[in-house]
Design a protein around this ligand. Sequence first.
Ligand code: ATP
Ligand code: MG
Length: 552
Amino acid sequence: MEETVSKNFIEQIIDKDIAEGHCKKVVTRFPPEPNGYLHIGHAKSILLNYGLAKEYGGDFHFRFDDTNPTKEKEEYVHSIKEDVEWLGADYKDHIYFASNYFDKMYECAEFLIKKGKAYVCDLTPEQIREYRGTLTEPGKNSPYRDRTPEENLQLFRDMKDGKFPDGSKVLRAKIDMTSGNMNMRDPILYRIARMEHHNTGNKWCIYPMYDFAHPLEDAFEGVTHSICTLEFEDHRPLYDWVVHECEFENPPKQIEFAKLYLTNVVTGKRYIKKLVEDGIVDGWDDPRLVSLSALRRRGYTPEAIKKFMELVGVAKSHSSVDIAMLEYCIRDDLKLKRPRMAAILDPIKLVITNYPEGQTEYVDVPNNQENEEMGVRQVPFSGEVYIEREDFKIEKPKKYRRLYVGNEVRLMNAYFVTCTGYDVDDDGNVTTVYATYDPASRGGNSPDGRKVRGTIHWVSAETAKQAEVRLYENIVDEEKGVYNEDGSINVNPNSLTVISNAYVEPALEEYKPGDSFQFMRTGYFCLDTKDSTKDHMVFNRIVSLKSSYKPN
Ligand code: ATP
Ligand code: MG
């Protein structure tokens, strides 16, 4: 039986538009402002728009919404591109810059002026605010509202030609100062601002406002469905007014959906900037953040992010999603794909007293017990190995099945060993554990049917590589509050733990930055792309093995 997947509300709108003949080819877009790094919320928008274009055999446009010269930087253009490509949203040659449309936008403004739908207004910003009215009171008309189209055209051209100081005049749409929707009370379309633009330099001293520019950009490109987040719902009538009054033949349609919010996660540009500037995190790609560059550095895959977005779905009302769901997705993605390696994060030495001195042998270890296709590797074993400190106890706790004097356990894939003793330092810390092994249990198999109840992992001391391991927790704890009383961010003191003396098996040297693995019993890890070198390997913990989240 074929599985039926119910369509989300956006797909239902598109289906209807196609059925009614309003839309021949679906065109969607992702229009970031190049004023910061993209985060997991943007990934939702990218994957949604790209996914719809693909599903309907249409086009996906990638457009930099760079009409506001104050905040924009080339650096962001580069990082945003990298992120969109990483997510696999293939925009082919459909990459656009809104600033390339300044001429066409200007023409649209003149068109509206000639139609009597826009006018130049000399009110000061304070007066404009005052005339606008409030949510409960209607606004009143500007005294400049009834200028003739001829006069407006001349004034607007003079604005463009730099004849007036910044802020002294604006171009406004002539709509309705009594409208119940504040956005419709003669909104500003153009302002005078002498600012250099990263693309057009000093060509313009007037710049279009977002609410005018955005619908035009969509219309110029033939976008059919302009999908944005809920806060633009109140702007939709203006969006429709602009594309209608500019008389586009097949005007785009704006559709709003709910933003993605994660619990215990900071996504706001302002907050992240503060964390970066205060030196609390190591840049925008610090693995504790949820910018896409940070998630990539942490070891997240595009597949996991896609899976997550599928689970979250598309909704019309706001809700928060637990980050545990994202963690579930990365575990699920890596589980069968990545090799399982040995790493000891808190090492103590285990000396096997009856093992031939100086000998090293190789034991077979499956690369992934759940995926035989990944084959087997040869791992060196010798008479001295590192094990996790917590795998040995002087006093045996209840139900403890690992090493204590007199107990026999399995060294995974190697041998049965029986603990015979231990050394402690002056502070009572265990420094070395001693054991004997049973040569007949090679491969970790019982020679005579006797059973051991514990299995622990190890790395051979002689060939092990010392490495740095970084463990992460949420950077803020929402239950304790994101902010302190003085306005600073309430950073979780355990958000980063650095382990500098971990030991890992030598095969890990063959991998390159960005590669990921399961470290047996401790989690999924990835070689850091910024700080890891052959001589000093640095591993980021992507996620632990255990989960509090279960999908339905
Ligand atoms: P700003 O606060 O500077 O406006 P922004 O996060 O809205 O930042 P944009 O570059 O304007 O950034 O966003 C590009 C696109 O990403 C927009 O279509 C926006 O609606 C969408 N988007 C932004 N944040 C989220 C989010 N949390 N969930 C889903 N989509 C988002
Ligand atoms: Mg925005």
